[in-house]
Design a protein around this ligand. Structure first.
Ligand code: ES4
Ligand code: ZN
Length: 325
């Protein structure tokens, strides 16, 4: 458990919860052989030089996700684990373009997630929604098509599509290219978030706000380079979804103690703690909270603040937020 307080998890790639054992189980079901002999051998390769190095294996591994049932089982396992971690509400990311390029339709993905989300409410009392992410290192046309397809798929399946996000390789792929897609998403009533300031500069955070209309910044740990930007984030209550174990495993920092975690909190920013791709980075939400607690000597008051921040920063309906506060 994190602290006994209900947390909202706001930065979680559902494909990043695909555990090595599950990859092998699904491959066996499909009669496929994989490059590695078994889960241990695969996991031994989870030693990443940087974000692009991680993404290569992440996209390769998700090739075992094919049917609606595969996505349902994947998300069910995550919700069960998240429940044990003290998570009460989840806004999960999914990368539709990474599945359609393999012939798996948006409808299949959202229908599977929808079933797991329904079960998570019944079994664990967890509320959840979906944020479909644009792969920023692919053409803009692809993102336009993805938006139309997920809006249709959500309408058909009843999947709770909450928003649009921006992820994948950051350096060299500035947010402004996707202004049109994000405008259309907003017109369709979707929330907008974007990965920015993970490996990229503070200016990408500014673009995400100005050009994409982002309501939350995913990672954003480099904002302290820009005092004016920090002041704006504080003033507008725009949260940063920080993922401490991810930052260590992707070598954004060498050691967790090097993260400016205290400084972000002391600046008055709406910081939240999240697990990003827990099957790859060494832990779920409780593990991430424990890691920052140890590294920065957080007390009960700090943990309560992080839990409250996660509720405030969520897109949960006001009545649900009141329940969680
Ligand atoms: C991601 Cl850690 C991270 N950053 C950007 N895009 C991603 N997709 C999955 N994990
Ligand atoms: Zn992420």
């Amino acid at each position: 458990m994190t602290s006994g307080l209900p947390f909202c998890e706001l930065h979680l790639h559902i494909e990043g919860t695909l555990e090595p054992e599950t990859i092998f189980a699904l491959a066996a079901e499909q009669g496929r052989t994989l490059r590695d002999a078994g889960p241990e051998e695969l996991a031994a390769r989870y030693d990443f030089a940087d974000l692009p190095d991680f993404l290569e294996l992440y996209y390769e591994n998700m090739g075992v996700l094919r049917s609606e049932r595969d996505f349902e089982v994947l998300a069910e396992a995550y919700f069960a684990r998240a429940h044990r971690a003290g998570v009460a509400h989840v806004e999960l990311f999914v990368d539709p373009q990474a599945h359609t390029e393999r012939g798996v339709a948006e409808r299949t993905v959202l229908a599977g997630l929808q079933r797991a989300i329904e079960a998570a409410g019944d079994r664990h009392g967890i509320s959840a929604g979906i944020i479909a992410c644009v792969l920023r290192d692919r053409p803009v046309d692809d993102a336009e098509r993805m938006l139309d397809a997920v809006l249709d798929a959500a309408a058909e399946t009843g999947a709770p599509l909450l928003g649009i996000g921006l992820d994948s390789a950051e350096l060299g792929f500035p947010p402004h290219r996707f202004a049109g897609v994000f405008d259309r998403a907003a017109e369709a009533g979707l929330h907008r978030v974007a990965h920015a300031g993970e490996e990229g500069p503070a200016d990408y955070v500014r673009q995400a706000l100005d050009v994409l209309g982002a309501e939350r910044i995913d990672h954003g740990i480099r904002v302290l380079d820009d005092a004016e930007l920090v002041a704006r984030l504080v003033r507008e209550r725009i949260s940063l979804t920080v993922c401490p174990l991810s930052n260590v495993r992707l070598r954004v920092v060498d050691r967790i103690e090097e993260l400016p975690f205290r400084a972000l909190l002391d600046a008055g920013l709406l910081v939240t703690v999240n697990s990003d791709d827990p099957a790859y980075f060494g832990g779920y939400l409780d593990d991430n909270v424990a890691a920052v607690r140890g590294a920065f000597g957080l007390g009960e008051d700090d943990l309560a603040r992080l839990a409250r921040n996660s509720v405030e920063a969520s897109f949960a309906p006001e009545a649900r937020k009141r329940e969680l506060l």
